[in-house]
Design a protein around this ligand. Structure first.
Ligand SMILES: *Cc1c(COP(=O)(O)O)cnc(C)c1O
Length: 384
């Protein structure tokens, strides 16, 4: 199946909330020849990546950015590992699985974790964060909660945290790269994503940005960062001083550079619009079948992960299996929403008419339901 003469997966359509279909330029970049991680050309490439990340995250001009050699979860973990010391009060916003993952990680690094919660499908209330801020050394929030399709009000939360003395960590895995993000203006101290989400690069890299305030907190640690691999100082050794820390996955850097360049060329506003337009068209096409948005309040719907409540009696597992046989991957719910919802990815290269046209055509057949493709096209024509 994996022999090198042809690509049996070339036709596969990934509509999952990550990974997303690889960008063609990133795919081609993977074929570049191998260079060493200390090669001047690789440092030049890294420098361009760092500059691109400043643009993507909306940082201050000199903010430290880097790629961690792991997936988005490593971006999450590195933040807590470097910015939390045992006994620190950490306030974590939890309204889904990724918020819960943050709380668990913070606890493993010795934090005294307090949670601000909201019911599944609803956003975190900034006032609830404000009410619990007292004494917190760090606040952590997921911008787009992939497990439910909720967009948390990060700018509002950031405004409340600013001036409290607490640092603010934001999980931007389903937002950065697909919509404008303003690390500096909002006042965010640590942000990360995963290469395989909004940028449509291969998995295995976590782009991060670290504010000067966060680096100062790191520098004042009483004990060394327990996670040696992602120690902020070690990262700076490589990314700023160009000295060896660990061997970075150079081929993934090539692909990431290509994907990031493509995203910034297209523009983050244009990408945001593309996700919204395709999402609206999917809703218009599927609503007559009884699919409903899982997130009731349209103001907090995440444009990049469309969570749809399934119609009564819908054969979730059977239909997804039949779609997979037609080379289309669709993701269901996670934990408490399993069997209840679908989560359609509208990140990066997934947020295009063509792959969703294919989904509509397949569903027309599988459900014996005429008109899906037509409704999808009509809705697209209205927004375009
Ligand atoms: C996917 C995701 C992660 C974890 O990323 P991995 O690349 O799977 O490690 C973290 N947070 C959010 C919001 C995600 O969607």
């Amino acid at each position: 199946m994996f022999e090198d003469t042809h690509d049996p997966f070339a036709r596969h359509i990934l509509l999952t909330p990550g990974p997303t279909p690889i960008h063609p330029r990133a795919q081609r970049a993977l074929l570049h020849g191998m260079l060493g991680h200390m090669d001047p050309l690789v440092f030049a490439l890294n420098g361009e990546i760092q500059q691109g990340l400043r643009e993507m995250y909306g940082t201050a001009p000199d903010t430290f950015t880097a790629l961690l050699a792991g997936t988005g979860s490593l971006g999450m973990e590195a933040g807590f590992a470097n910015l939390v010391e045992p006994g620190d009060e950490v306030l974590v916003c939890v309204n889904g699985s990724f918020g819960a993952r943050m709380a668990e990680m913070a606890a493993r690094y010795g934090a005294r974790v307090r949670q601000v919660t909201a019911p599944l499908g609803e956003a975190i209330d900034p006032a609830a964060v404000a009410a619990q801020l007292d004494g917190a050394a760090l606040v952590a929030v997921v911008h787009g909660e992939t497990s439910t399709g909720v967009l948390n009000p990060v700018p509002e939360i950031a405004e409340l945290v600013r001036g409290s003395g607490a640092l603010l960590t934001v999980d931007a895995v389903t937002t950065a790269g697909m919509e404008p993000f303003h690390m500096q203006d909002w006042g965010i101290d640590y942000v990360y994503t995963g290469a395989q989400k909004c940028l449509s690069a291969p998995p295995g890299l976590a782009p991060v940005a670290i504010s000067d305030r966060a680096l100062a907190r790191y520098a004042a640690r009483r004990t060394p960062t327990p996670l040696w691999y992602c120690d902020f100082g070690g990262l700076r050794d490589y990314w700023v001083d160009h000295s060896y820390h660990h061997t970075v996955p150079v081929n993934l850097h090539y692909a990431f550079h290509a994907a990031l360049g493509a995203a910034l060329e297209e523009g983050l506003e244009a990408r945001q619009r593309r996700a919204a337009e395709v999402g609206e068209a999917i809703l218009a096409a599927l609503a007559p079948l009884g699919f409903r948005p899982y997130v009731a309040d349209p103001a907090v719907r995440l444009p990049t992960v469309l969570a749809l409540r399934l119609p009564g009696g819908f054969d979730d597992a059977g239909i997804r299996r039949a779609l997979r046989e037609r080379d289309i991957s669709v993701t269901g719910g996670l934990g408490p929403t399993a069997g209840l919802i679908w989560r359609l990815g509208l990140m990066g290269e997934a947020a295009r008419p063509a792959p969703y046209r294919a989904l509509m055509a397949a569903l027309e057949e599988l459900l014996g339901e005429r008109g899906l493709v037509d409704r999808f096209e009509e809705a697209l024509a209205v927004t375009a």
